[in-house]
Design a protein around this ligand. Structure first.
Ligand code: ADP
Length: 260
């Protein structure tokens, strides 16, 4: 973005030329954009949980409520606080990644072991989803930031569970080809309408229909996944049939160049 300033130069009563100043204001424009985004995020996304926390606590202060009502309101305050904290963490994570200020520590790690670990973690908390891993048992050691890659797949497994509210299997396929590893996560849940596909990885985008309205979320998870994949020279894609399920595919080089 360039800002221009011009002025005619007169000297001795004669027109002598034009003074033209060009200033590169790209940085200022970018800072303005981030500020505006922050303001609109705060007004839309943070106000809702804050006003319910305010409402519930006000009720508890003003009225003598029986213990079971107090507990119910406290539980609501607790879950709204958790939502706020998740939202703020995700938002700050994403902001850091988009501004290229996220530091990545690349080291070799065992991708298949990570997937098995995630499976175990989720098997403990969800009994209605059977996570199945399919893999060629070659050694899938890849180079990358293992914490961030875990965050990426953690988000995808969480979504697969969240968006298949009736339970069902979640399949993880790990394959290796031409020095790249591909991880495909398939669920048999609510699926994604084709009209939403192009916006799915946009910040704060959530499909809005009667199924998704009951499922909590910030709309930031997939944007974070895409940023992490990009930082590893990788890609993320989705295929889905509404009402039948979705497959998210992450394709990563075994040996990416770490971001500067
Ligand atoms: P959220 O916090 O809302 O889950 P995400 O960025 O992770 O945000 O996902 C964006 C939107 O994409 C979700 O709100 C949901 O509508 C849709 N989505 C993501 N994963 C799935 C899935 N496995 N099945 C169906 N819809 C999904």
């Amino acid at each position: 973005f360039i800002k221009t300033y011009s002025e005619e130069i007169h000297y001795g009563g004669k027109f002598r030329g034009i003074l033209l100043v060009l200033r590169d204001v790209t940085n200022e424009v970018e800072i303005d954009r981030i500020k505006n985004e922050l303001v609109s995020t705060i007004s839309h996304e943070l106000r809702t949980p804050l006003s319910s926390i305010y409402g519930f606590t006000e009720l508890m202060i003003q009225r003598d409520l029986p213990p079971h009502r107090q507990k119910k309101y406290l539980a609501a305050v607790h879950s709204e606080t958790e939502r706020l904290s998740l939202l703020i963490n995700d938002f700050l994570d994403l902001q850091r990644m988009e501004a290229n200020r996220q530091e990545y520590t690349f080291e070799p790690f065992d991708l298949l072991a990570m997937m098995k670990d995630l499976k175990q973690l989720h098997s403990l908390s969800s009994s209605s989803h059977d996570i199945r891993i399919f893999s060629e048992e070659t050694v899938q050691i890849i180079n990358g930031d293992s914490k961030k890659i875990r965050q990426l797949f953690g988000n995808l497994v969480n979504n697969a569970i969240k968006y298949s509210p009736d339970g069902g299997p979640i399949e993880i396929r790990v394959t290796e080809h031409n020095n790249r590893v591909t991880v495909a996560l398939t669920d048999y849940g609510i699926g994604i309408p084709s009209s939403a596909m192009s916006e799915l990885f946009q910040k704060f985008y959530r499909v809005d229909n009667s199924d998704t309205r009951q499922i909590g979320g910030t709309g930031l998870g997939l944007s974070i996944c895409r940023e992490i994949a990009r930082a590893h020279d990788g890609e993320i894609h989705v295929e889905s049939i509404e009402g039948q399920g979705s497959t998210f595919t992450v394709d990563l080089p075994l040996n990416p160049t770490p971001p500067l």
